[in-house]
Write a protein that binds this ligand. Sequence first.
Ligand code: FES
Length: 140
Amino acid sequence: MSYSDKVLDHYENPRNVGALEAGDASVGTGMVGAPACGDVMKLQIKVNADGIIEEARFKTYGCGSAIASSSLVTEWVKGKTLDQALEIKNTAIAEELALPPVKIHCSILAEDAIKAAVADYRNKHEVVDAGYAACNPTAA
Ligand code: FES
């Protein structure tokens, strides 16, 4: 099997590799694994006061297609709202990278990682907001 030029480009020059401060309230972290191959992907998003994703980082322990998929989605989520980020489908990732059928699960991993990062961010904020309202009855 040969990789497409776009996969090789992201694999050789991955965008946004690294980590954001997981304890930061503006950061959502998603960590997902693919049961089929054991590969693991960590995706983080940083959301600004307007609800826009302004930064994203990833670390992927996996195949070239998984690395390319996560690199691509860190570019795609930037500038989007959380709801817009959730609209990114694995089929669009697979199409952009010209992934063969055997590599579709690598793009599913990237879609799942976005969902997990958004869920983590929202989870943090529901807890923080509920706590704030409980301590500040007038703010509720
Ligand atoms: Fe499993 Fe690519 S082979 S993520």
